[in-house]
Design a protein around this ligand. Sequence first.
Ligand code: CTP
Length: 406
Amino acid sequence: MLIALGVSGGIGAYKAVEVARGLQKRGHDVVAIMTHSATNFVGPITFEAITRRRVITDQWEAGANADIEHIQLASTIDLLLIAPATANIIGKLANGIADDFLTTLYTATRAPVLVAPAMNTQMFSHAAVRRNMDRLAADGVRFVEPGEGYLACGWIGKGRLAEPEEICDAAEAAVRPSASLSGRRVVVSAGPTYEDLDPVRYVGNRSSGRMGFALATEAARRGAAVTLVAGPTSVAPPTVDTLVRVRSAEEMHAAVTAHARSADAVIMAAAVADYTPDVRAAQKVSKTEGDLTIVLRRTPDILKALGAERASTGRGTVLVGFAAETEDVVARAQAKLRSKQVDLIVANDVSRPDAGFDAETNEVTLVTSDGVEAVPLQSKARVAAVILDHVERLLAARAPRPTAQT
Ligand code: CTP
């Protein structure tokens, strides 16, 4: 794997040399990028000798732009690791400031990004730094938390760059996709359903599909064969084994039921309409003088049907549902867990602006028959990882692991 190691100007920069060596020992190719201030702590030659590659220190160096290096590198690296990351660089990344090679590379790459902060304790706990780190976490950046102890500035507390070994372990985990779900078939539903009134009008909801897409992405990263059944969304779905596009609850019902038969786990993250217009007019409905009454009839409860079928057949499929609530979140989720006969309900308070529908982040509560686990506000990618850790435990408890890859 090709790992870009960004080194910013902190006393921990000397430890980045060990990080570069550690990554190489694990078989990775490392290209070091140093900010201007990092060169005050360690010489580029040190990194050059270790990585056996030219160290990038200046965006304006002659030759560096011959093939628009930051763009070219951005598309070839498997990971951008920044260690140490100062408060300054964290602030720049969080705000999209791209004024040197490293910050430009960050905005240009779509590779995973891992940041190992290092700074004075007071700086690390400052509201501005916390805000910037939360923003980055919401953007999908992962962190290697700093250690506690004596800091170079004489303070004792949290802020010391994590140990090189720990940083290398985190980098390894970020680049090597785990195979923990290989051989498993996972069906994920995502997005809203649109229930048509006539050729131009529909009843829908504000689901963006992001949570379901994050789950599908993470399940695929873990090696599962993923079928994604997606309602109408403007957010682009991830690449998965099978993508089934649907519009209405009825279409979603048909697609999920068909694919659930061979699935090890079904995760219903879709916001399925509970009601659909009784009749769908073939032509656009014109207005008349009086009011218009629309009769809505119930749609099939897809998850409940899967739960009932499993209860009657005893099949081992793991079933996960979501509960979009605005009040009594946990109690309502527990009621849904029982009535739908499923293994896990991910409860969402959709009244919050930063969680649930149409947000990049989510804060959920996982409700099982064993208890309740609060998952704090973080990116939907991280929340998806926590949900899938649960699914893996449920799979291990229910069905033996398949021997052959399918
Ligand atoms: N669900 C489903 N089919 C439906 C409605 C919902 O499979 N027709 C699934 C959703 O995908 C979700 C779970 O059931 O995983 C709970 O959805 P939610 O709308 O929160 O609950 P409802 O059962 O619809 O109950 P209510 O709207 O009364 O809260």
